[in-house]
Design a protein around this ligand. Structure first.
Ligand code: NAD
Ligand code: TYD
Length: 358
């Protein structure tokens, strides 16, 4: 078995679904089910005996210890985190708790468990920490892309908490010999992404005829990776990554935000024309995010040359699949747009002129 944390969230649920499609090895899925965790993502696994779900907090050491003893996983794949930059700006405490204390708690539990394994199991055990390119900070437009040796310069409470967790993971390798691996990936998109992040928010708002909020001048650049490509990279690193190493994962798809928004509008106009006209009319420039990183870009050379990993999707194919998924799964979107979701829209967008977007 493997133990996955955060497997009811966006990337975690895609990872668990992909894993069980390709493997007969079971998954213990440990997730607290915060606003971002959703068991509907895993509905197709309801009768699958290879999927064991535990609603638990990674900060709860006793429960993590019990789960490790009960299921004896050969690896931990750690996704659980608070993951949204804007939320970290309006309320950083939960980010420190889950991303730092939670990762620390998991590392301590993993260390105790690993030390108790027999020699053979000890040698093959892995702790894979899923992290982000945001720990490296912001690039200028002409700077080379982030390599694994780029200095850490996090600029938001989210990226600072992830950077902190990366350092803890690293230290457990150098200090205790815990067999860790870390991946630092660029922006993901695809099915089951909560509509607070750029792409699903734009799709949901465009379908509802609401304003499409673009922060600042819309020229901030991100590298975009289709989620199943991130999952295949994690499987590959788990299988063959060098212990203690970090691997940057990216999609070779750098795009300014405004281009993403326009592309999504164009796809929706093709697939679901709107009587009101082209959806670009809904684009609304709003007040920028404080400390907004200008550009992220990933040099994925190491994972390519050492492990032979490449993304399968281009941005064009991935975004088409994503828009189609959201059109086919509007019930899913409606279900996650609860009272708590509306409250978030009010908090995040009400003070960004011109006007409330919910
Ligand atoms: P998400 O917010 O969609 O999901 C996070 C999941 O973790 C949720 O299911 C939530 O219920 C769970 N969780 C939160 N706090 C928990 C706790 N204390 N105990 C147990 N479970 C808890 O996030 P995501 O976008 O799927 O990101 C997953 C991981 O990948 C994160 O570590 C994130 O930093 C990293 N990452 C994300 C991206 C991206 O573009 N989304 C890119 C690179 C790396
Ligand atoms: P986001 O999806 O929040 O990911 P991250 O901040 O982790 O990169 O945002 C992606 C980009 O889109 C980022 O530059 C901020 C911008 N953005 C908007 O312009 N409008 C929005 O409403 C949101 C949520 C993000």
């Amino acid at each position: 078995m493997i133990l996955v944390t955060g497997g009811a969230g966006f990337i975690g649920s895609n990872f668990v679904l992909d894993w069980l499609r390709q493997s007969t090895e079971g998954v213990v899925n440990v997730d607290k089910l915060t606003y971002a965790g959703n068991l509907q993502n895993l509905a197709s696994l309801q009768d699958d005996p290879l999927h064991v779900f535990s609603r638990s907090d990674i900060c709860d050491r006793a429960t993590i210890d019990r789960l490790l003893q009960e299921h004896k996983p050969r690896a931990i794949v750690h996704f659980a985190a608070e993951s949204h930059v804007d939320r970290s700006i309006l309320g950083p405490e939960e980010f420190v708790r889950t991303n730092i204390i939670g990762t620390f708690t998991l590392l301590e539990a993993a260390r105790a468990y690993w030390q108790g394994l027999d020699a053979a199991a000890k040698a093959t055990f892995r702790f894979l920490h899923v992290s982000t390119d945001e720990v490296y900070g912001s690039l200028g437009m002409k700077d080379p892309a982030f390599t694994e040796s780029h200095p850490y310069q996090p600029n938001s409470p989210y990226s600072a908490s992830k950077a902190s967790s990366d350092h803890l993971v690293r230290s457990y390798f150098h200090t205790y010999g815990l067999p860790v691996l870390t991946t630092n990936c660029s922006n993901n998109y695809g099915p089951f992404q909560f509509p607070e992040k750029l792409i699903p928010l734009i799709i949901a708002n465009a379908l509802a005829g609401k304003p499409l909020p673009v922060y600042g001048d819309g020229l901030n650049v991100r590298d975009w990776l289709y989620v199943s490509d991130h999952c295949s990279a994690i499987r590959r690193v788990l299988e063959a990554g060098r212990l203690g190493e970090t691997y940057n994962v990216g999609g070779n798809s750098e795009k300014p935000n405004i281009e993403i928004v326009r592309q999504v509008c164009g796809l929706l106009d093709d697939l679901r024309p709107d009587a009101g006209g082209p959806r670009e009319r809904l684009i609304t420039y709003v007040k920028d995010r404080p400390g907004h990183d200008r550009r992220y870009a990933i040099d994925a050379g190491r994972i390519g040359s050492e492990l032979g990993w490449q993304p399968a999707e281009t941005f064009e194919s991935g975004i088409r699949r994503t828009v189609a998924w959201y059109l086919d799964n509007q019930d899913w979107v409606a279900a996650v747009q609860s009272g708590a979701y509306r409250e978030w829209l009010e908090r995040n967008y009400s003070n960004r002129a011109p006007g409330s977007l919910n």
